[in-house]
Design a protein around this ligand. Structure first.
Ligand code: C2E
Ligand code: MG
Ligand code: MG
Ligand code: MG
Length: 299
């Protein structure tokens, strides 16, 4: 709890720009510098496996670290900590989306490479339509994983529905290459778009992330519960894991566990944290690894 508190000293929400509104062009210009001067950083938010435990009906559960999501932040020298909305809009205006995607991917793989020997905890990275439309992406991913001596399952790529529709054929191809390599693919923000599962049998996706708009009202809204229950059942039938996003209260967590959701992510179980706080958090979670003595040879 100590480090969770530490992690929220700076909130992960984009603060309002102090003083005068900065022009988009200027921000785009500054982003160009930021990318090459390490002002861009990744924060990490835990994703936890949850399973009911103990006597039935007691609400007992066990959690284990399943992975984390990398979320980009900009430590701006004058404007404070900026979030993805500002960063992405600046990138779009400055035609820096490819540079941003490249930087984020590189940082994420380097980060997981840094903790992997101590904690084999995979990272999920949000990539844009621009990134997924680039046929060279799988090769770049392959190179990065090799460079950091990582297995492919150390990385999951998160995509939103819109991304799949920009250039469906090419995006499907890129995703398939990544998937064939063993890299994970997650469909993010499920429940915010058309949320048609019809394309899931054509697309190489292995994880579905239920958006906060679906998980928020689970404890109180029967419609939300019905949608979540059926989404989880369908996802499971299709062989996908389900991650519940934006879990802030124990009631929503309990409801998701009851519905069979595999993994949860939210402020309740862990805020996004700067990388030092994240590895400290990991060290605190990890059960001590006890050496298992070989079974004695009979006789
Ligand atoms: P997302 O991928 O759905 O990420 C989850 C967002 O929900 C994050 O916001 C996270 O801080 C926030 N969140 C987590 N738990 C809770 C909770 O319990 N309650 C609430 N209300 N919110 C919660 P963040 O970091 O501001 O990112 C917003 C979006 O920006 C992300 O949504 C993702 O679509 C995009 N994004 C973030 N990092 C990157 C990046 O490196 N590259 C790209 N292309 N997009 C990014
Ligand atoms: Mg995401
Ligand atoms: Mg999401
Ligand atoms: Mg989102």
């Amino acid at each position: 709890a100590k480090h969770r508190a530490e992690a929220v000293v700076v909130d992960d929400q984009t603060p309002a720009h102090p003083g005068v509104e900065v022009s988009r062009l200027q921000l785009a210009d500054e982003l160009h510098t930021a990318i090459s001067t390490a002002q861009l950083v990744l924060w990490f938010q835990p994703q936890l496996h949850v399973a009911p435990a103990g006597p039935v009906g007691t609400g007992g559960r066990t959690t284990t670290v399943a992975g984390c999501e990398a979320l980009v932040r900009w430590e701006h020298p004058d404007r404070g900590l900026l979030g993805p909305e500002t960063i992405l809009s600046a990138a779009e205006h400055g035609r820096l989306l490819p540079a941003l995607g490249d930087a984020v991917l590189g940082m994420a793989v380097a980060a997981v490479g840094g903790w992997w020997a101590r904690f084999p905890v995979p990272v999920s990275v949000n990539l844009s339509a621009t990134d997924l439309g680039d046929r060279r992406l799988p090769e770049r991913v392959h190179g990065l994983l090799q460079q950091h001596h990582l297995p492919p399952w150390a990385l999951t790529i998160e995509v939103v529905e819109d991304t799949l529709m920009v250039d469906p054929t090419r995006v499907a191809e890129v995703l398939r290459d990544l998937r064939d390599m063993g890299v994970g693919v997650a469909l993010d923000d499920y429940g915010t778009g058309y949320s048609s599962l019809s394309y899931l049998h054509e697309l190489p996706v292995d994880e579905l992330k239920l958006d906060r708009s679906l998980t928020r009202d689970l404890a109180t809204n029967p419609t939300a519960t019905a949608i979540a229950r059926h989404s989880i059942a369908l996802a499971h039938d299709l062989g996908l894991r389900v991650v519940g996003e934006g879990i802030e209260d124990p009631e929503a967590l309990d409801a998701l566990v009851a519905l069979g959701c595999d993994t949860v992510q939210g402020y309740l179980t862990g805020r996004p944290m700067p990388s030092a706080a994240w590895t400290t958090w990991l060290a605190e979670q990890a059960a001590p690894v006890l050496p298992v003595a070989p079974a004695p040879i009979p006789g």
